[in-house]
Design a protein around this ligand. Sequence first.
Ligand code: FES
Length: 143
Amino acid sequence: MNTTQIPQTSNEEFLASRVQKLGLQDIQRHLLICADPSKPICCSQAEGIVAWDYLKRRLQELKLDVPQIDRPSCVFRTKANCLRVCTQGPILVVYPDGVWYRATTPEVIERIIQEHLLNNQIVQEYVFLTHPLPQTQPMIDLP
Ligand code: FES
């Protein structure tokens, strides 16, 4: 068991540096994709890995993954173990839009990037649900 204690200040500084590096305060959209699940049901493990690798690489190539001077927002991506739909995968959801896509091969992911992310046009033929999350009340910081 590792019992090394990291000073709290270092933890907080490191956390703050991660927030900065990842551009978490500038996230415009968050994509979650079922890829490489521990129990591959919606698609094969190989198909999931190909989809994830493609999504990650293209967001990086297009510099959508980090804020830019001329575009101070970014797209965050997360590889989910399973999004619980478990059919017609890889399954990909775009938040905050709440658009759920099926069969997200690299070709479909490219269309989602070009049409949805860059031009705000949903790729309807691969959508099986659109459900934006409801607005919540502003959070209150308690003393
Ligand atoms: S295995 Fe992909 S959504 Fe469940």
